[in-house]
Ligand binder design. Structure first.
Ligand code: ZN
Length: 337
């Protein structure tokens, strides 16, 4: 990964945009890996601002009606209106929308090359993301911003943006690929929550699961203290132990959040963009969901294991024949994105 920390950095143009030191926690992973759940759980701590799939926010620049978790459209939400106004004092929001093209996996090579070129479109995009994140931190009054957009390309761009005074940490959230495959195959019921997923073969989905997880690991694990890999199944089956690990990694005491989860107290949801429908619950309680175990066809499970079993095994997953108890135990969870 390119490291731009040695370069001289031009000052932020407007004094009112000066950052106070703040931290970004970026959640990496495949889709449907439980990132919205982790994002919202972190947001329950008073130092964290949970934003969801922040990459979707600039889509309002071209009139896409995106609902915020508070119930308003993003363009009408009070919090996001303030943030967008901050951004637009510096540059048009549509520039952030245009920059999204550099986040996709198909653009990864181009993004990596351009990141090393001062003044390139990707370099400028990383500066613009820093302005957006600084505004979110300031407007929320919270020093740690959580973004669960998951794209590895965006992770690279955000890593570059730390020149602007951010402390960036990556949490790679892995979910059992069989749960991921089932989540992508099932029908989404609509209701303004986004389009139903494209029909993709189990082989395609399994391959994507491998590529996406490998990219997240290869690109970011080389930074000691900046990369943590956890499993969704551990988060939902052993939330206390997993959140303790996360808390130590991000430098925050999550014991209050752990207590709320343990006592099944609802966790309040702030202004979350994109992601799983569970963000529309005004308050979230961790609950079991063993959907894929009942519904994923055995043929699909065999196909997944054929393509991706070698990596799944490295993450500690086992076939049902090998370890039926552990599979069931690990699959207790809530809705996933
Ligand atoms: Zn809102």
């Amino acid at each position: 990964m390119h490291d731009g920390s040695e370069e001289a950095v031009a000052p932020i143009p407007s004094p009112e945009q000066t950052f106070h030191p703040f931290r970004l926690v970026y959640i990496l992973g495949t889709g449907r890996c439980g990132s919205t759940l982790l994002d919202i759980l972190l947001g329950a701590h008073p130092d964290f601002c949970s934003t969801g799939e922040l990459t979707q926010l600039p889509m309002i620049a071209h009139g896409a009606a995106q609902p915020c978790s508070c119930g308003a459209d993003l363009s009408a939400c009070e919090f996001w209106s303030q943030v967008v106004a901050d951004v637009e004092r510096q540059f048009p929001l549509k520039e952030l929308d245009a920059g999204r093209q550099y986040e996709y996996t198909r653009s990864l090579l181009r993004t990596a090359v351009l990141l090393g070129v001062p003044g390139s479109a990707v370099d400028r995009y990383s500066d613009r993301l820093a302005v957006l994140l600084g505004s979110i931190s300031r407007r929320s009054g919270r020093p740690i911003v959580v973004d669960s957009s998951k794209h590895a390309g965006r992770g690279l761009i955000l890593w570059r943006a730390r020149r602007r005074g951010m402390d960036v940490r990556f949490i790679h959230l892995v979910r059992d690929g069989r749960g991921f495959v089932w989540s992508k195959r099932r029908v989404v019921d609509g209701q303004g929550l986004g389009l139903a997923p494209r029909k993709r073969s189990v082989a395609d989905l399994s391959t994507w699961w491998v590529i996406s997880n490998l990219l997240s690991a290869i690109l970011f694990r080389g930074h000691p203290g900046r990369y943590l890999r956890i499993r969704y199944e551990d988060l939902v089956a052993s939330p206390a132990e997993t959140l303790e690990k996360v808390g130590a990694f991000v430098g925050a005491d999550l014991s209050e959040v752990i207590r709320a989860v343990r006592e099944q107290r609802p966790v309040a949801v702030g202004h979350v963009v994109g992601g799983n429908r569970l963000r529309f619950n005004r308050a979230l309680v961790l609950k079991p969901d063993t959907d894929w175990l009942q519904h994923l066809p055995q043929a699909d499970e065999r196909t997944f294991w054929g393509f991706a079993g070698w990596l799944a095994r490295r993450y500690g997953y086992r076939t049902r024949a090998e370890d039926p108890t552990a599979v069931v135990e690990r699959s207790v969870g809530s809705g996933t994105t």
